[in-house]
Design a protein around this ligand. Sequence first.
Ligand code: ZN
Length: 203
Amino acid sequence: MTGSIPTLPSSPALGERDDVDGLETWEDPIPRRSQFTVQDLCDAFVAASKAQFSRRPKQPSREERAKRIEERQRNILLTALKKYAKQNNIQPSELEFMEVKEMSLVVECPREYVHYNFLVKRGFSDGEPTMFFAEVKPNCKGEGDVYHCTPLEKTDSGHCFACNHGAKDLMHPNAGGYLGGHKEKGSFHMELVLDSDDDVCYL
Ligand SMILES: [Zn+2]
């Protein structure tokens, strides 16, 4: 009895049916040899990534970012002062923003607030600046996002559950008027950085 000796199939030509591993397409799910090797695809991916990366705008330096954050805070608090002036029939020019002293993010899901203490020079006096409190929306865009803005007395010590966790020096008005920080549960403080008009970064 003579048996046939099995022979190894020859390697199929490009595009022919291939039972070895191959690539599939949506149109033709039969595995076939691809004209591209895995290395070709890797090289193409690396080249495309490099090209994409080279088109990205350069990241601002640490100093530029700090300056931008300072400017952003200043604009927010100028808006808060403008609203306070309007509500109290004061000329905005009588209130000169000086500097931020304390800042805290109050998170009470789904709402978030930023509490500020900042110094303001009032009128044209050379006297001591006044400490103000403001509560605003984190991405404050205008007066509608300012919830409260008021000068503080040295004796003010309004309670805020959130700031009490991590910004104990932040003063709140005794008379209240601020929305955040009254809930013992679900109210917590976070460090916050304002990085641009749109972005708020939490540390
Ligand atoms: Zn607070």
